[in-house]
Design a protein around this ligand. Structure first.
Ligand SMILES: NC(=O)c1ccc[n+]([C@@H]2O[C@H](COP(=O)([O-])OP(=O)(O)OC[C@H]3O[C@@H](n4cnc5c(N)ncnc54)[C@H](OP(=O)(O)O)[C@@H]3O)[C@@H](O)[C@H]2O)c1
Length: 219
């Protein structure tokens, strides 16, 4: 697939590397230094190019938005229309503006990305841990939680998560996203390693509005 990456930093750069490795075409965008971005693209490989944020959105069948939360108000207006575009939001709500009381960060961002086929993923684990674990195989692979209100968009994103080296687990709609959102705390999957075998009980608990089971521990 063609994937635009808006913000190719720790997380976005890692996703670019993982997806290029799986044969996808990438366009990287949104940097204060286009030369660094070009160098990153070259270091990843020949299927990776560099463009403006609007070019990356136009290029991508899927667009990854991976900028620091307080930078979103600066980045979003540069993207042009997101109408009909599948978006993967990796951001966490550290900084202003905060989602209103009772709204998840995913709901808040879906509203700020008007018309996008919004999904949220790749946000619960550090970039270093994601880079380290993306090459795992079999039952050791780690879960990337996924939420969104568009089932078809989520199924396409799930395919990309698999290609990146992880196990996609659908946690539900944007209204169900709190459990995968910052901060790290008891009763949430944010900040915790999960493997597929332990994920179903979490999904069931979230669907039933119950507390999730205790965080698993892997030796
Ligand atoms: N880092 C993690 O472990 C982690 C884990 C899960 C989720 N997340 C979330 O994912 C999102 C991206 O995190 P990240 O750690 O990948 O961020 P990052 O490394 O700081 O990357 C941000 C990207 O945005 C670009 N950018 C353009 N204009 C910018 C500006 N005015 N200020 C700052 N950056 C600007 C930066 O490019 P230049 O530097 O070249 O300008 C950089 O490529 C965040 O919302 C974060 O909460 C991060």
């Amino acid at each position: 697939m063609k994937v635009g990456i808006v913000g190719a930093g720790h997380i976005g750069g890692g996703i670019a590397r993982q997806l290029a490795g799986a044969g996808h075409e990438l366009m990287l965008a949104f940097s204060r230094d286009q030369e660094t971005l070009r160098a990153l693209a070259t270091s990843i490989g020949p299927t990776v190019t560099v463009g403006t944020p609007a070019e990356a959105v136009a290029f991508g069948e899927v667009v990854v938005i991976s900028v620091p939360w307080p930078v979103l108000p600066e980045a979003l207006p540069q993207l042009g229309s997101l109408a009909g575009k599948i978006v993967i939001d990796t951001t966490n709500q550290f900084g202003a503006p905060q989602p209103p009381e009772g709204r998840t960060a995913a709901q808040f961002n879906a509203e700020r990305m008007a018309g996008a086929r919004y999904t949220k993923s790749f946000n619960t684990l550090t970039a270093a841990f994601q880079a380290q674990t993306a090459t795992r195989t079999g039952d050791d692979r780690i879960v990337q939680w996924l939420c969104g209100d568009d089932a078809e968009a989520k199924s396409i994103v799930a395919g990309l998560i698999t290609d990146a080296g992880f196990v996609p687990i659908d946690l539900g709609g944007t209204a169900d996203a709190a459990v995968m959102e910052a901060p790290r705390r008891a009763g949430a999957v944010y900040g915790e390693e999960y493997r597929a075998a332990d994920a179903t009980a979490v999904v069931d608990a979230v669907a039933e509005g119950k507390p999730i089971p205790a965080t698993p521990s892997y030796q």
